[in-house]
Ligand binder design. Structure first.
Ligand code: ZN
Length: 128
């Protein structure tokens, strides 16, 4: 993945530099989780927010309009489900450190992917 710096585009949220990358995003459609990959995006170096250009947002919307039929999926993956009900809410300093030393570089397969909900919510009218 190219990590080319683009000085002309800064993060709308924190003002940091962004780089071009190809990302995945995970979204809900009618109670069904779907993963979209091969999305060209600019990613904030600091807060990891992803930004899509107009064409990309349009293409995601087109895909959303297909309602993600299973037979068109490239592949099907299993998703592990976790609940906060299973988490000990008391914060220990050890756990806090562990959380921070986790993956924090590029958007990778294992990393939680941030979704630009604004686009997904409003691009097509109806909510996902
Ligand atoms: Zn940012």
């Amino acid at each position: 993945m190219g990590e080319e710096e683009t000085r002309d585009f800064r993060c709308n949220y924190c003002g940091s530099l962004t780089y071009e990358d190809t990302v995945k995003t995970f979204l809900w459609f009618n109670e069904k989780p779907v993963l979209i990959e091969d999305i060209p995006a600019r990613v904030c170096k600091k807060c990891m927010e992803q930004f899509y250009d107009e064409k990309t947002s349009y293409m995601i919307d087109r895909l959303r309009q297909t309602k993600f039929p299973r037979e068109r999926a490239r592949r099907v993956i299993e998703v592990e489900v976790f609940s906060l009900e299973d988490v000990d809410g008391e914060k220990s300093s050890e756990q806090a450190e562990e959380a921070e030393s986790g993956e924090e570089t590029e958007v990778s397969e294992n990393q939680e992917v941030k979704v630009d909900y604004t686009d997904l919510y409003y691009a097509g009218g109806d909510k996902i």
